[in-house]
Design a protein around this ligand. Structure first.
Ligand SMILES: [Zn+2]
Length: 594
């Protein structure tokens, strides 16, 4: 959860606004005389379920708790955030205390890229690279693949890379910060990697962030990675994402394997939607990167204990993906690269036949035990119920309960009773049910992010006026980024304008893989979609107010005005829908858009 979400969750909008204006109850909601314009009768409403407010009088605006405080106190977003965070005792990173500046990070990327070229050159062109090159050719890689992935070898020496990069103008500090050299106990610096096969690791934008080095003999550790740096975070790194992103999008599926060689061989055989996590664990960061490209995730991990635990972790991500994560079962536990090299068709079929993680786990668990004994039954049922409890969807949960009942020979009712002890109570906000999660203004919105990412990554779009209003962004972080974007043309200045808690989001958006063609059309299209969403939300709010006004003392004039607004909104929505319809026909129906 982001800091902003944390602050927001600890606040109750009714309580906060109640400190500024006198609220009176109106059904499930509250109303007041608007604090922002002069009026006699109340047209200012607060909706606790949505944690939002709206004035349908002269201001005709609304927002969430942050926008209210910003407007009332005359603060900018950062100041309002600080004020509210103080109130609920959440501490925020200070604006002065910043991470490395953008140009400093840029140097780290450059140092890693220069190192990648150095290692690659050594492998391809130097006699000392012979052994590593033969190893790769022996594992069936082509020279083209070696070049595509820029594979290399680190010299069997301690200072060669360091000297080379220092000659190129990188300082000792920069090379340390980039994770390329390190200090020994005597304080002497030397190359981090030596005599290893080098796999450069890149982010989604193709920038080299670090390395994984594999030994060429039997020494240990077999693999060594770059350390955590300002540009390398192992838990959020996906090997091959730069090469795979567009295929993942078009195939609408990603396959996660365990090894670098698996990724490289898969790509060599044209299976270019294959990536690897760094190490076995699949983290939420990985999922967040991948789900912008596809929701369909298939795992081809080693079926050992670590692999199975990683697969199980994914059950937790299913709720946010809104679909099942699948497991690819390979013949006799071979590694993906072996299977592909032997017969690509077998791999293709295995991917097609992937089974949901839970089914896989259930079948596995039952087949391992002698289910005729009471203790095995109890153990298997309990471990599987703990997993089934994580399934958010009622129908799927019921499906698996029924399946378990059959597999284990335990009555459905009994299992259902035990399942309840594993289910966490759903967190609720003061006993009210959220009306619609899409209206929670800090929830992530792929549609908004898609639009913002295009804008940020294609600066020339700034001239293309599509009438994009900041109000179209429901997510306050996205809105802040858009407002800052309007004020400056310089990426570094933009970042500095933003609160530290928002900068991370900006980086994410800048790294979000984008299509490369028909950008102006895609931007036009995405603004229309945001506009439609905005109008639909306005419509919802208007309907809610309409129902309150018409039930209460109901001033005829108010009702008339609300009806008028409704007609106006309908008109606008109609126009947007027509335009989107044309758009669809012009660009061909099937195109996926976030
Ligand atoms: Zn007002």
């Amino acid at each position: 959860m982001s800091t902003i979400d944390e602050v927001k969750q600890k606040l109750d909008i009714v309580e906060v606004i109640g400190q500024y204006v006198k609220l009176t109850k109106a059904g499930r909601n509250f109303k007041a005389v608007c604090p922002f314009h002069n009026e006699k009768t109340a047209s200012f409403y607060v909706f606790p379920e949505r944690q939002s407010w709206h004035c349908f009088g002269a201001c005709s605006t609304g927002g969430d708790v942050f926008t209210f405080v910003m407007k009332k106190e005359g603060l900018d977003f950062g100041e309002a955030l600080r004020l509210l965070a103080d109130k609920v005792g959440v501490s925020l990173p200070s604006k002065i205390e910043q991470g490395p500046r953008k140009d400093e990070k840029e140097r780290l990327f450059q140092a890693n890229e220069a190192a990648a070229q150095y290692y690659h050159n050594l492998l391809v062109n130097s006699p000392s690279g012979e052994k590593a090159k033969n190893y790769l050719l022996g594992r069936g890689l082509t020279v083209k693949t070696i070049n595509d992935f820029e594979l290399g070898v680190s010299p069997n020496a301690w200072e060669m890379l360091m000297t080379y990069l220092q000659e190129k103008g990188f300082s000792e500090n920069e090379l340390t910060d980039a994770g390329l050299i390190l200090k020994n106990e005597e304080g002497k610096t030397h190359d981090r990697f030596h005599n290893r096969l080098m796999f450069p690791i890149r982010d989604a934008r193709g920038r080299t962030t670090g390395f994984s080095g594999r030994v060429l003999d039997d020494s240990l550790p077999k693999y060594m990675n770059s350390p955590q740096t300002a540009i390398f975070d192992k838990s959020g790194t996906i090997y091959g994402i730069d090469m795979a992103a567009s295929a993942i999008r078009t195939k609408d599926r990603v396959v996660i394997v365990e090894g670098y060689m698996d990724v490289i061989v898969a790509h060599q055989y044209g299976f270019n939607n294959v990536v690897a996590s760094m190490g076995t664990a699949i983290t939420e960061k990985h999922i967040n990167i991948l789900k912008k490209l596809t929701k369909n995730i298939a795992l081809a991990l080693d079926p050992d204990a670590a692999g199975e635990e990683a697969m199980l972790r994914c059950v937790e991500y299913e709720n946010s993906l809104n679909t099942e994560v699948k497991v690819i079962m390979l013949p006799s536990h071979e590694d993906p690269d072996e299977v592909i090299k032997k017969d690509p068709k077998i791999w293709e079929r295995a991917v097609e036949k992937a089974v949901p993680v839970i089914d896989y786990t259930m079948d596995k668990a039952v087949s391992r035990q002698d289910m005729s004994t009471a203790s095995a039954k109890s153990q298997v049922a309990n471990s599987l119920l703990a997993i089934i409890a994580k399934v958010g969807d009622d129908i799927r949960r019921d499906h698996y309960l029924t399946k378990l009942s059959k597999l284990a020979g335990i009555s459905y009712n009994k299992l259902e009773g035990v399942l309840k002890t594993y289910m966490k109570p759903k967190p609720q906000r003061r006993g009210v049910e959220p009306l619609s999660t899409s209206l929670l203004t800090t929830a992530s919105s792929p549609r908004e992010e898609y639009c913002l990412a295009i804008l940020l990554q294609y600066p020339e779009l700034k001239k293309q006026d599509e009438g994009l209003l900041s109000d179209y962004f429901q997510n306050i972080v996205n809105r802040e980024i858009y407002c800052a974007y309007l004020e400056t043309d310089d990426a570094i200045a933009l970042k500095e304008m933003l609160e530290p808690v928002i900068r991370e989001k900006l980086d994410e958006l800048l790294a979000l893989p984008q299509p490369t063609n028909r950008i102006p059309d895609r931007y036009h299209d995405s603004v229309l979609r945001l506009k439609r969403e905005f109008l639909q939300n306005q419509q919802l709010i208007r309907e809610e107010i309409f129902s309150i006004v018409s039930q209460s003392e109901g001033k005829g004039a108010d009702i008339e005005r609300l009806k008028q607004e409704g007609l106006e909104l309908n008109n606008q929505l109609h126009l947007v829908s027509i335009e989107l319809g044309h758009e669809k026909r012009r660009t061909g129906n099937g195109r996926r858009n976030n």
